[in-house]
Write a protein that binds this ligand. Structure first.
Ligand SMILES: [Mg+2]
Length: 237
């Protein structure tokens, strides 16, 4: 096999998985936006987010969860207000410690580059791409990606085939010469396999059962740490 490109998921793949309590993340927002009703607002925002992820999952990515702004619109929040921007900053600060790249990320990406692989990212996310790119810059990884796709700004999400095909098209490679690396059996592994990519699972994420509609999917290989990806890809080459 010629491997000309490796495409990575982001959360739980290029970053170690962290269990995040959905209401707590929204409480960080709500206590700034509406301190008097913070708890109720945090619950409403969490429910709106869960609803959007569920629609995405049940439509198999044909109806993406969308962007964060859509959650705010769902809940009637005025996103032009200064207190919204302050609250959003607190939400992102809450997340910040959980967004750092795996310490092995740079070595893996550099190793793949030296093996003549192009590198892409495809992340199911509600955050704006600008925020993700800022995180890549902070972690000194931004020079290592040939393209990065964030479904907050796409019309489809994983596991929809068009999401994977958009990345392959941007990298100018075919599916059978490309590898996808992800932590989710359904969104990542099943979706990438369906378009004909080889797949590597990083199996350390605590993905809830209801988010894996078919757990019988098998990856082509399993990476127990991120550096294993380099070894596996080189063995396929
Ligand atoms: Mg992931």
């Amino acid at each position: 096999m010629t491997v000309r490109a490796v495409v990575f998921d982001w959360g739980g793949t290029l970053t170690p998985w962290h269990d995040i309590e959905l209401v707590s993340q929204w409480y960080a927002y709500a206590e700034i936006y509406d301190p008097e009703h913070a708890s109720a607002l945090a619950h409403r925002l969490a429910e709106a987010e869960v609803r959007r992820w569920r629609v995405q999952r049940e439509s198999e990515g044909a109806e993406p969860a969308g962007a964060l702004d859509q959650i705010f619109l769902d809940e009637g929040i005025d996103t032009t207000q200064a207190r919204h921007l302050r609250a959003l900053g607190c939400y992102l600060d809450f997340w910040s410690p959980h967004t750092y790249a795996d310490p092995q990320a740079r070595a893996v990406l550099e190793g793949l580059r030296s093996s003549d692989c192009r590198i892409g990212v495809l992340s199911n996310t509600m955050w704006p791409s600008a925020h993700h790119l800022e995180v890549f810059r902070r972690d000194d990884l931004d020079d290592l990606f040939d393209c990065a796709f964030f479904t907050s700004e796409m019309s489809v999400a994983k596991p929809h085939s068009d999401a994977f095909l958009a990345v392959l098209d941007s990298l100018d490679v075919s599916a059978d010469e490309s590898v996808f690396v992800g932590d989710r059996l359904w969104d990542d592994i099943a979706g990438a396999a369906r378009v004909g990519m080889r797949t590597i699972l990083i199996p350390h994420s605590n993905v809830p059962d209801e988010e894996i509609p078919d757990a019988t999917v098998l990856p082509d290989a399993t990476a127990h740490e991120l550096l294993d990806v380099l070894r596996i890809v080189r063995s396929w080459q």
